[in-house]
Design a protein. Structure first.
Lengths: 293, 439
């Protein structure tokens, strides 16, 4: 395999793009886990729902699909709140098995519900900028991917400000760090559960919007593989650690694309889990984790 | 009771019992219909194709029944066909349940369908054990009738194999694309065509790859495989393998992929990786969704095919092709696809085999299938006659290559047949933006 700098730069860029989707998904998952300590296996289906909502509103309204990202996040945030209130809250603290089987059940509910409404045939959405490329060095990069990377950075910066600079964010972090302590100081932890689930779902929705504007094919079943990767990233980065999810997401995106280039496409998934195993051997709590759950 | 009376009663009972049993036997021997089991993927990854296979089988059955059904000599009358559909869910274990139900509960006389090769091969053990004739109309792996670990003698392969895809496409690359590039760029005739292969890591993808390599070596063609990339089933991000392919400077790219993979391959190759080259596709992609999915990026790409929703071979079959499309659209409101077409024909082949057998006895029907000789129906067949090869019970389809051109009216690309010469609608075009590989 020839080591051409421009080719390597392009592979690195594809890794960054893939990492953005992973980061948004894993960050949402980690936020929910950090606050509620629940594992939602249906998190990938929220990405899938985000893809369908963006696509449907785009087809109906003709708006620029990037402008729909906030609307999609809001809709999925509300759906997340409903799911938290109706499904997870009643079983919270009743045992991990209940959470696991509930979220597994939700996968089928979301997949079949979407198949019922939109059908299960594959769909694709074309970005208005799909013919626009910008030169970076000697390579031409489609502007869509640069926009996707910028949007991801903006969303993460917004999340950082929310969690660090607002009372709500401090309350979410307090609940995440010590639930009983947060209750003692008067924080409504159930409200924090609801809000965290909503934000986490909104982040998955953002991943879904970026998934479709990048021209990826979507159908009701696209959520499963990204969700597995997101779980793996959460464990790699450290349970409940948002910086861990960001670093893990980037690491996965770049490693997968590097492996696909140097070793072949069939190594793409294997390399992620190989990295996870190696990290867990030397650091069982993950890259940024402080205590294992 | 006297001895004579006892004997009389016993004889009378025996006579009555004989009459009753004879009646039962007569009832068993006089079926009311022919039960055809359709094995289709109505849910799961193959559901969009399965829907067309199901609908096409229904269309064939309705047409045959409108003619009074199938004449079965043993009963000296025409019997209508009852179609019984079973969803294999595009999963091996579900397919085994579906086929078992069709055979054991529904007691079908013959099976038609089967899409995914992996799913279909999973059912072969049950079919072999129960010895029910099965006309496979979608699964393309040669293993369907060539594997040795299962008795495949009841399987009849009515669709081209992956080896045939690879063979036809490679011959097209050699006879048309290579010459067009050499002519346009004034390359020496000794320059080999540089081909990059991007194949699904499965029996299907490897089958196509083997078809290409064996055709190159078997015919000593001037074709060089400059990049050989694989991907996992269901992959949607091909940017990095395509970047690796670009580094190898190919003249053409031949992916062996399903539509959900081929659409992003075409879009990402042209849009993201700026591969200004000809991209080929395997026939399973020739359905309406594909044309919508690839958009402008599919312009000048090429599909190997045997039935297209939007193209009609310039042959004696043109009328049959157009009639089938019109009838299908009138009944279901949409155009048919390729796997549906072979399933439609599969039902007709089943009907003809039963008529030739003159009975519903499965072994006799199997023999009738093995010896069948009937005119081609919608798709072009070698020598215009449907017959299964004596060794592996395969049919020699006449495949063709289509090139896609933008159609302003449709707002999508549309195919034109460019090869072979006896079926083509126009010549292959090398677009202005095309860039050959190095060397």
């Amino acid at each position: 395999m020839a080591l051409d700098f421009n080719i390597l730069l392009q592979v690195l860029f594809w890794g960054l793009y893939a990492g953005c989707i992973y980061i948004l998904l894993a960050t949402g998952l980690n936020l929910i886990f950090g606050v509620m300590k629940i594992v939602n296996f249906a998190h990938g289906e929220l990405l899938m729902l985000g893809a369908y909502i963006t696509s449907t509103v785009f087809v109906l309204s003709g708006f620029n699909p990037y402008s729909l990202i906030l609307l999609t996040m809001l809709v999925l945030g509300l759906i997340g709140i409903v799911v938290e209130r109706l499904c997870f809250r009643p079983i919270l603290g009743t045992g991990k098995l209940n959470e696991i089987f509930l979220s597994l059940g939700l996968i089928y509910v979301f997949q079949n519900g979407v198949a019922l409404i939109w059908g299960d045939e594959r769909q694709v959405l074309n970005s208005p900028y799909q013919m626009v490329s910008v030169p970076i060095g000697a390579i031409q990069l489609p502007i869509d991917y640069i926009i996707i990377i910028v949007i991801t950075v903006l969303i993460l910066a917004g999340l950082h400000l929310l969690l660090r600079r607002t009372d709500l964010g401090r309350a979410i972090r307090a609940t995440s760090q010590n639930r009983k302590g947060a209750m003692i100081v008067g924080i409504d932890v159930e409200r924090m559960d609801m809000i965290s689930f909503g934000i986490g779902s909104g982040l998955a929705a953002a991943a879904g919007t970026l998934w479709v504007v990048s021209g990826q094919v979507f159908n009701p079943y696209i959520g499963s593989i990204p969700a597995i990767k997101a779980f793996s990233i959460v464990i790699l980065g450290g349970l409940g650690s948002i910086p861990g999810a960001i670093v893990g997401g980037l690491l996965y995106g770049i490693a997968e694309n590097g492996a696909a280039y140097f070793l072949g496409g069939i190594w793409k998934d294997s390399i992620s889990f190989l990295i996870l195993i190696i990290v867990l051997i030397f650091r069982p709590t993950g890259l940024f984790g402080e205590s294992a759950e | 009771m006297r001895q004579g009376t006892k004997v009389s009663i016993l004889l009378l009972t025996l006579v009555l019992a004989s009459v009753l049993l004879a009646g039962c036997a007569q009832q068993q021997a006089q079926p009311q219909d022919i039960k055809v089991g359709a094995v289709v993927s109505l849910t799961g990854a193959g559901s969009n194709v399965g829907k067309h296979m199901k609908q096409s089988a229904e269309l064939a059955v309705s047409e045959i029944n409108a003619q009074g059904g199938v004449f079965v000599k043993a009963y000296n009358k025409k019997l209508p066909i009852t179609l019984i559909e079973a969803d294999d869910e595009t999963k091996g274990d579900s397919a085994v349940k579906a086929v078992t139900k069709l055979i054991s509960e529904d007691k079908v006389d013959i099976l038609v369908g089967g899409y995914s090769s992996g799913v279909t091969t999973a059912t072969q053990g049950v079919v072999a054990e129960k010895q029910v004739p099965y006309i496979v109309t979608g699964a393309s792996s040669p293993d369907i009738t060539r594997r040795k670990d299962v008795n495949t003698s009841y399987f009849f392969h009515y669709c081209p194999t992956t080896a045939m895809y690879g063979q036809y496409t490679t011959l097209f690359m050699d006879q048309v694309i290579r010459l067009a590039i050499n002519e346009k760029f004034e390359f020496n005739d000794s320059r080999p065509l540089r081909v990059a292969i991007l194949y699904q890591d499965s029996a299907y993808g490897k089958g196509v790859l083997n078809g290409v390599t064996s055709t190159i070596t078997g015919n000593n063609l001037k074709i060089q495989i400059v990049s050989n990339q694989s991907f996992k089933l269901g992959e949607t991000d091909f940017r990095t393998p395509l970047t690796a392919i670009k580094a190898a400077k190919p003249d053409v790219i031949y992916p062996a992929a399903f539509p959900a993979e081929q659409i992003p391959i075409v879009v990402q190759a042209r849009r993201d990786v700026n591969l200004n080259t000809i991209i080929l596709a395997v026939e399973t992609n020739d359905n309406p969704d594909y044309y919508t999915g690839i958009g402008h990026f599919g312009e000048y790409s090429v599909i190997e095919s045997r039935f297209s929703p939007y193209a009609t071979p310039q042959s004696a079959l043109a009328t049959a092709d157009l009639k089938f499309k019109a009838d299908y659209k009138a009944k279901f409101g949409t155009l048919p696809d390729m796997m549906g077409t072979s399933t439609y024909e599969g039902v007709y082949i089943a009907a003809k085999a039963i008529e030739n057998a003159g009975t519903l006895d499965k072994a006799t029907v199997r023999d009738a299938l093995a010896n069948i000789l009937m005119p081609e129906i919608v798709e072009a067949i070698k020598d215009r006659t449907i017959t299964f090869s004596p060794d592996y019970r395969e049919v020699q389809f006449m495949l063709f290559m289509e090139q896609l051109f933008w159609d302003d009216q449709a707002g999508e690309v549309r195919p034109k047949i460019v090869w072979p010469s006896d079926l083509k609608e126009q010549d292959f075009v090398l677009p202005d933006w095309y860039q050959p590989g190095s060397g």
